[in-house]
Design a protein around this ligand. Structure first.
Ligand code: G1P
Length: 305
């Protein structure tokens, strides 16, 4: 019988330099889309997919995350006293039961593959998910849940994938497709950040993976790849070569926002705010006016200068 996927690794050791100065004193994962930190979206998606154990691979300066997922007794007592039951419920959703969340330090920035490898002892001999919280996915059915369902059929390794423009492929891990079956694609190779024009397809991998323990064994070799980093892509490519038919791409239904970039973060902010019933009526006229109407005087002046 196939083992259920109940553990997820969240590699969050990065410095978030693209968001300086904001990230000088707060972890990037605490940056907020509307009113929830980036990491909350990732954890909610994992919960919806049946994940029970959450492993955060962190680094120095990330301790705000530990407080965030802990209970906040003084705040809770104050809300209870003021009978603010809705806020209390919102707050309680962020509390993680002790033992369900673990923090592992990645003490050297050696790449995504190395970050995942840091969780090896907590993963053991089980399939596991990897979620990169920078990739926020708006979807009717949460992306990882779609992948878990696909995994129940295919087994093996499943990588979320989407089509990207040829000039963008060099920012991603890119699939070499063996057989395109629609939502599931069997894969015969994978290349991390291919040089422009050399990508084997236009299917890029984005930050959701379901992986077998074999991947951890390949990461044990600590082979250094593109950019001088230990790449998760290379471990997956090794598994494809060793075990034909064990890796699949999965075209998820939904929209991915690259919240590692400022433009992507802003797009996600606007999209998620417009999707919120409590904000839409107030926010939409403003957005519509910005897009279709007059430019504010200050913007006009700047554009003209
Ligand atoms: C990482 C992976 C890459 C993947 C991407 C998705 O790259 O190495 O294979 O396509 O995430 O967001 P990074 O964005 O960390 O450079």
């Amino acid at each position: 019988m196939k083992k259920r996927v109940t553990k997820a690794v969240f590699p969050i050791a990065g410095l978030g330099t693209r968001f300086l100065p904001a990230t000088k004193s707060i972890p990037k994962e605490i940056l907020t889309l509307v009113d929830r930190p980036l990491i909350q979206y990732a954890v909610d998606e994992a919960r919806a997919a049946g994940i029970k154990e959450f492993i955060f691979v962190t680094s120095r300066g990330k301790s705000a995350l530990e407080d965030y997922f802990d209970t906040a007794p003084i705040l809770e007592a104050s809300l209870r006293k003021k009978k603010k039951t809705d806020l209390l419920a919102t707050l309680k959703e962020t509390n993680m039961e002790s033992g369900r969340i673990a923090y592992v330090r990645q003490n050297e920035a050696l790449g995504l593959g190395h970050a995942v490898w840091c969780a090896r002892r907590l993963i053991g001999d089980e399939p596991f998910a990897v979620i990169l919280p920078d990739d926020v996915i708006a979807a009717e059915k949460p992306c990882l849940q779609q992948m878990v369902e696909a995994h129940e059929v295919t087994g093996g390794n499943i990588l979320a994938t989407m089509e990207v423009a040829p000039d963008k492929a060099s920012s991603y891990g890119v699939l070499d497709v063996a057989d395109d079956m629609g939502s599931v694609v069997s894969v015969k190779g994978m290349v991390e950040k291919p040089a422009p024009g050399t990508q084997p397809s236009n299917l890029a991998v984005i930050g959701r993976y379901i992986l077998t323990p074999a991947i951890m064994r390949h990461l044990n070799k600590k082979s250094v790849g593109v950019g001088g980093e230990i790449q998760l892509t290379d471990a997956i490519a090794t598994e494809i070569a060793a075990n034909e038919g064990s890796v699949f791409g999965f075209r998820f239904a939904g929209h991915r926002f690259d919240c590692g970039s400022k433009a992507g973060f802003l797009q996600a902010t606007v999209a998620l705010a417009l999707a919120r019933e409590d904000l839409r009526d107030e926010f939409l006229p403003y957005v519509a006016a910005q897009v279709g109407g007059e430019m504010p005087a200050a913007t006009r002046a700047r554009a003209a200068s």
